[in-house]
Design a protein around this ligand. Structure first.
Ligand SMILES: Nc1ncnc2c1ncn2[C@@H]1O[C@H](COP(=O)(O)OP(=O)(O)O)[C@@H](O)[C@H]1O
Ligand SMILES: [Mg+2]
Length: 315
């Protein structure tokens, strides 16, 4: 069937205001200077959307922002990465979310103002829009309270409309891990937590117990394990694939979202689960070769060259 988009991403949107080279963290009543500052597109969902788009996938985004300057930064950045922004909702009564990142040597302290991302609800997502894509990806469950009670319904609606689905719940800043597994996961084709998140969600003591408990709820359970690579479980088969060795890690920002992008890129083209996993490991590792979550994906020719030269993988 001819669809306008391969993937619709539903997720949170915010900017990151990153202050670098602070001499120390600020103390109450005092002031410190930062030597360097960057304003960029933040949000896991946006990193996923940008990176899967850079691989050649046609992507549209559904999220909520304010009618403000930060909102314009979000839209411009997504557009620059060829992500369709026509379904993004702008509310003039709300402010676009922002994370202020203070970097002091290896340490960081973040403060997030969620703003409009608290207010995306299922009423912002029409069946007509969902029908335009082959696949739905939802990310960052705990950052979107307006979506939580209806996420199962969203996945069911998408599957009824013929879409496949994927879900990265991401970290719970409240560390309560309150998610209705039975209402949501049976309607997820690919569930993409990292190992710690999966253990906390399951309430079990270790990864094996967590896998055994969760695997029955979802078709493909793809678990990200940092520099250990990934473990993918489907139909009682478990496959561990080691990470691609990167001896020169710049940072791990967005590695998980980049893994998702690589995995889902292959998945929607009908590749074997092992190929999806291997490519996810590649894109995750690729993300660690450059600063931030999207830099390593800006130029597809460079991506292919690096895949070959650094990781011995022919794209
Ligand atoms: N240091 C690293 N070297 C090589 N690959 C890595 C490294 N860190 C992460 N990856 C790859 O990226 C994937 C996702 O990273 P991970 O940190 O586990 O995700 P998350 O950001 O969700 O915690 C991993 O499964 C792995 O394949
Ligand atoms: Mg993650």
């Amino acid at each position: 069937m001819n669809k306008e988009f391969d993937v619709i991403v539903v997720g949170e949107l915010n900017v990151d205001l990153i202050l670098n080279e602070l001499e120390r963290f600020p103390e109450i009543g005092k002031e410190v200077l930062a030597q360097q500052m960057t304003l960029t597109l933040g949000s896991s969902s946006a990193i996923f959307a940008s990176n899967i788009s850079s691989l050649g996938t046609r992507v549209a985004f559904i999220g909520k922002i304010g009618k403000d300057k930060f909102g314009e930064v979000v839209l411009e950045s997504l557009q620059k990465n060829q992500v369709d922004i026509s379904m993004i909702k702008r509310d003039d009564k709300l402010g676009t979310g922002a994370t202020i990142v203070l970097n002091v040597e290896e340490d960081r302290a973040n403060t997030t103002y969620p703003g409009a991302m608290d207010f995306l609800t299922i009423n912002d997502i029409s069946e007509e829009d969902l029908s335009k894509a082959k696949h739905l990806h939802f990310s960052s469950y705990f950052l979107q309270p307006g979506m939580q009670k209806d996420l199962g319904k969203l996945f069911r609606t998408a599957q009824d409309l013929g879409l496949t689905t994927s879900f990265d719940m991401q970290w719970d800043p409240g560390e309560k891990w309150d998610l209705d597994i039975e209402d949501i996961l049976p309607y997820v084709n690919v569930f993409l937590p990292n190992d710690k998140e999966l253990i906390y969600l399951s309430g079990k003591n270790d990864l094996n117990e967590a896998i055994n408990y969760i695997k029955k709820y979802t078709d493909i359970l793809a678990i990200k394990r940092g520099n250990q690579g990934s473990t993918v479980c489907s139909k009682d088969e478990i496959m561990n694939l080691p990470a691609f060795l990167n001896t020169d890690v710049v940072d791990a920002i967005g590695a998980g979202d980049s893994f998702n992008a690589g995995f889902i890129y292959k998945f929607i083209m009908g590749n074997s689960i092992q190929e999806c996993q291997e490519f996810g490991n590649l894109t995750g590792a690729m993300s660690t070769t450059a600063a931030g979550g999207t830099t390593a994906f800006q130029n597809y020719e460079n991506f292919k060259k690096k895949a070959q030269d650094v990781f011995g993988y022919s794209v």
